[in-house]
Write a protein that binds this ligand. Sequence first.
Ligand code: ZN
Length: 158
Amino acid sequence: MTSLAERAHAAAVFIRHHTAVSPHGRYRGEEHARTAVRLAAALGLGLDQITTAPDWQRRRNTPGEPVLATATCPDTNETYVFLARFPIYDDEAFELLGPCPECSGQVPLALIRHLADLGTYLARPPLTPEDLPHTQTLPDSFTDDEAHTSTCHYGQTL
Ligand SMILES: [Zn+2]
């Protein structure tokens, strides 16, 4: 087991390195690296189990464009995709993405701040389209998320 000081040092080096070499530019690079460090810490994973990518679907032209962070389970290779909608705010919860019960678009299904939030989400049965009008478990961002299809009831009204 590596010491806390060593892991902290590695996290700082990771952010510096990815800020410098990012194909998305220095500011985006830092946002991606900070998002990866924050998600790894929240889930108790290593930085090598997190990858990030720009979220082209939810893109906006303001500082802190959304970042998609994929966590891969080291035991099962299962992947979980998290959205950092405002990556410049370190205290915002991640949004776990999964299929909309109605349209199957990859939309926010739960707010995840730490491992127990993911545990609570995974313990629930998957929502059905019939559950959607009554459920209290979805984040506010579920409605009107950009990833619903144009015919989905929960998508943006154009
Ligand atoms: Zn939908």
